[in-house]
Design a protein around this ligand. Structure first.
Ligand code: 4FV
Length: 236
């Protein structure tokens, strides 16, 4: 998976070189190229933005500079994404779908945003990470890169992904590790039993309980077994 990121602040992406993503980059499972939009300014002062036509606060990124940066990485098979609050909110389903692409170009806005004409010209898929406004698209781009990279083959083991929140349509079950007792709180006995079927059933029940109490609306899209329905009935 190749990520080309168009940004004014490439240094913000340094953090992606840590941990799991850092190892995935070292193993060449993912490749993150940072393209500094400012390098494409033809202005002697490297200006990339200007005041908005019609007045108003803040600065708007120039369409010509953004477009030249985009053309420097565009390839026919690339999927272009623009991080914006106006986009469809990123979901695990979208993450899984994007992880099957080979080449993602991610456009990060900053300040008041980007001149609409270059958005119309590029026609990217618009994706939001949530209904709030940030100073730039860089953190949303990192959220997308992190979540998508976890689904790229070899980055994580299959079991890590298959059991996590949202991949089953449910919230994940609670996790425990050593010590066995913490502040007089013990690890559930079933998890120490070594009985895999009982552990699987306990975890499924806990996922259902977690989802019912924290995000009940998610249950509408989950196919429930008779045992699942009994777990939920016992909660009422
Ligand atoms: C955002 C979001 C976001 C808006 C103006 C960048 C900022 C600035 N992107 N999900 N929420 N972007 O707030 O994706 O240009």
């Amino acid at each position: 998976m190749k990520f080309d990121v168009l940004t004014l602040f490439p240094e913000m992406f340094e953090t992606l070189n840590q941990s799991i993503l850092g190892r995935a980059i070292e193993k060449d499972l993912i490749n993150i190229n940072l393209i500094n939009i400012r390098d494409f300014s033809k202005d002697k002062h490297k200006k990339v933005d200007d005041t908005p036509y019609g007045g108003g606060a803040g600065m708007v990124m120039r369409p010509d500079v953004v477009y030249d940066a985009y053309k420097s990485v565009y390839e026919p098979n690339a999927k272009v994404i623009f991080m914006t609050p106006q986009g469809k909110t990123l979901s695990q389903k979208k993450v899984e779908s994007l992880s099957r692409e080979q080449h993602l170009i991610i456009l990060c806005g900053h300040y008041e945003g980007i001149d609409q004409r270059v958005i119309d010209e590029i026609n990217p898929e618009e994706i939001s990470i949530g209904d709030y406004v940030l100073t730039g698209g860089e953190i949303p781009a990192m959220v997308l890169i992190d979540s998508v990279s976890r689904y790229v083959g070899g980055v994580l083991n299959e079991e890590s992904i298959s059991e996590e929140s949202f991949s089953t349509g449910l919230l994940e079950y609670p996790q425990y590790t050593r010590p066995e007792v913490f502040n007089n709180r013990e690890v559930p006995e079933v998890l120490k039993s070594g009985h895999h079927e009982n552990i699987r059933r306990w975890r499924r029940a806990e996922s259902l309980k977690n989802t019912y109490s924290k995000r009940p609306e998610l249950l509408e899209d989950v196919e429930l077994s008779n045992e699942d329905k009994k777990v939920l009935d016992d909660m009422n």
